[in-house]
Design a protein around this ligand. Structure first.
Ligand code: SF4
Length: 414
C-alpha cells in the first residue's frame, strides 16, 4: 500500500505505509496473531499488504470506530479481543500494533496484559508520524521484541553472532557457511521466525548489522554489551573487510580468518572480472533502506552511478557507504521525494534506472530501461561472489538491451 492514499500523506509522502515494515517482522513469527489497534482505513490496507507480502495471515482487530475510540471503551475492547485470540492454543504471541490514529498511538502499555493463557502480549507502536518509513518500522519491531524477550542477563555464548537484517535465503546460507569456516559457533538471523531467536539473540557476543536503519536495535545491543560489526559482504573489498571485522569482534584465529577473507574476496573479484569493466550510467532509487551498499557494488564493477536515493534518514551505521559513494561522485538523497528522483533522471539521462514503480514508469516513458528495486534487488542474493554474479549479470543484460526500450518508444510514437 502506498500511503499517498492515506490520511498522512503530507507527513511521509510516496512510500509504503511504515507500519507494514513492522507487521512484516511480527507476522513471520511462528505462533503469532497480530491484534491491531487502528481505524478501519489503516486496517483495510494493512490487512491487504500483510496478507500478500508478509505472511499470508490476517490481522484481527476490535471494531474501532469513532464511537469506541472517542467513547472510552477502546482499552476494554482491545482486552476483550486479546482474550478471544488467546483462546486458540496455537497462538503463543500477540503483538498489539498501534498505528497513526492519535488515540490508539497513545495507548498506555500498563493497561494491557503481559500474558494471556499461553500467549505473550506485547504493545508495538508504529505510528507513521514518528516512524517515517517501513524499513525504520522493522527496526522498531525488532528492538521492541529484543527489549522484552532478549536474554541479555544470561552468560554470553562464546563465538556467537547475531546477523541483523532481512536478507534473501541464499544469502543467509552463504553467510552461515562462511562464518562456520572462520570458526563462528552459533549464528542467529534477525528478524527471525521463532520467538526463541529473540530470546537467544540476547546471549550473543556480537551483532553484525547488515542494514543501516537498525539504529534502535543496535543501540540496545550496545547498551547490553554486545559488540557491533558494521558493513556487509558486498563486492570484493566489502567481503574481505566484513569477514575480518567478524573475526576481530569474536576473537577468532587471525590466520584462519585472513585465509577465508582472501579466498572470498578473490572469488568476488574473479566474478567481477568476468564482466570486465562494466560501462553504463545507472540511477538507484529505492525505498528499502539498503540501496547504498548496492551502489557500492555497482561502482566497484566500474559502472557510473551519478545519483542514488533512499527513503530512510542518514544514519551513523551508513556512514562508511556514504563516504565511499560521495568520494566516487554519487549524489545521495536521504528521505527522498519522487520528484527529486524524476529530476535526476532528466538531469543525468541514465542508461538504466533501478527505482520505485512510479519512477520506473517515468523512466520507461522516456525510453530508458527501468526495473523495480524491491522485486529485482531485494529478491535475489547480494552478498559474496554469488551475489555479485546475480546482480551484475542482471544489470549487464539490461544494459546490453537498452536500445530495445528506445526502439519500443519510437515504435509506439510512430
Ligand atoms: S498507519 Fe498511518 S500511514 Fe499507515 S495507512 Fe494508517 S494512517 Fe496511513
Amino acid at each position: 500500500m502506498e500511503n499517498s492514499s492515506c490520511n498522512c500523506k503530507t507527513l511521509h509522502p510516496q512510500s509504503m505505509c511504515p507500519a507494514f515494515g513492522g507487521l512484516r517482522v511480527l507476522m513471520r513469527i511462528d505462533g503469532v496473531q497480530v491484534c491491531m489497534a487502528a481505524d478501519q482505513g489503516c486496517l483495510y490496507g494493512l490487512t491487504f499488504v500483510s496478507h500478500f507480502y508478509a505472511a499470508r495471515k490476517s490481522i484481527i482487530s476490535p471494531e474501532l470506530m469513532n464511537v469506541q475510540i472517542a467513547g472510552g471503551s477502546m482499552i476494554d475492547d482491545l482486552r476483550r479481543t486479546i482474550e478471544e485470540i488467546a483462546k486458540d492454543p496455537a497462538v503463543r504471541f500477540i503483538p498489539v500494533v498501534s498505528t497513526c490514529v492519535a488515540e490508539t498511538a497513545g495507548i498506555a502499555e500498563e493497561l494491557l496484559p503481559k500474558k494471556v493463557g499461553n500467549a505473550e502480549v506485547l504493545l508495538v507502536r508504529l505510528p507513521a508520524f514518528q516512524i517515517r518509513t517501513h524499513p525504520e518500522a522493522k527496526d522498531v519491531a525488532v528492538s521492541t521484541l529484543m527489549k522484552r524477550f532478549g536474554a541479555f542477563d544470561a552468560h554470553k555464548k562464546p563465538k556467537s553472532l547475531v546477523v541483523l537484517g532481512e536478507i534473501f535465503p541464499v544469502d543467509a546460507m552463504t553467510i552461515g557457511a562462511v562464518l562456520q569456516k572462520i570458526g563462528v559457533e552459533s549464528v542467529i538471523t534477525l528478524p527471525g521466525t521463532a520467538l526463541e531467536d529473540y530470546i537467544d539473540a540476547g546471549q550473543t557476543e556480537a551483532c553484525a548489522v547488515l542494514h543501516p536503519f537498525y539504529e534502535r536495535t543496535v543501540s540496545l545491543f550496545e547498551e547490553k554489551g554486545v559488540k557491533i560489526i558494521k558493513g556487509n559482504p558486498i563486492g570484493a573489498n566489502g567481503t574481505a573487510q566484513w569477514i575480518r571485522r567478524v573475526g576481530e569482534a569474536l576473537g577468532l584465529d587471525p590466520a584462519e580468518v585472513e585465509a577465508v577473507a582472501a579466498e572470498e574476496a578473490g572469488k568476488a573479484k574473479e566474478i567481477m572480472g568476468r564482466f570486465g569493466s562494466m560501462h553504463g550510467k545507472v540511477i538507484v532509487a529505492g525505498y528499502e533502506g539498503n540501496e547504498l551498499p548496492v551502489v557500492r557494488l555497482l561502482l566497484e564493477a566500474g559502472l557510473d552511478v551519478p545519483y542514488a536515493s533512499t527513503s530512510i534518514a542518514e544514519t551513523s551505521l551508513g556512514e562508511e557507504d556514504h563516504r565511499v559513494l560521495s568520494m566516487l561522485g554519487t549524489e545521495i538523497r536521504y528521505r527522498k521525494y519522487l520528484e527529486e528522483d524524476m529530476e535526476a533522471v532528466v538531469r543525468y539521462e541514465p542508461d538504466l534506472v533501478i527505482g520505485t514503480t512510479s519512477l520506473d514508469s517515468f523512466a520507461k516513458e522516456r525510453g530508458i530501461p527501468a526495473i523495480y528495486y524491491t522485486n529485482n534487488i531485494s529478491a535475489r542474493p547480494l552478498f559474496f561472489a554469488a551475489g555479485a554474479a546475480t546482480v551484475l549479470g542482471m544489470i549487464s543484460g539490461l544494459l546490453a538491451r537498452k536500445d530495445v526500450f528506445r526502439k519500443m518508444k519510437e515504435y509506439f510514437e510512430d
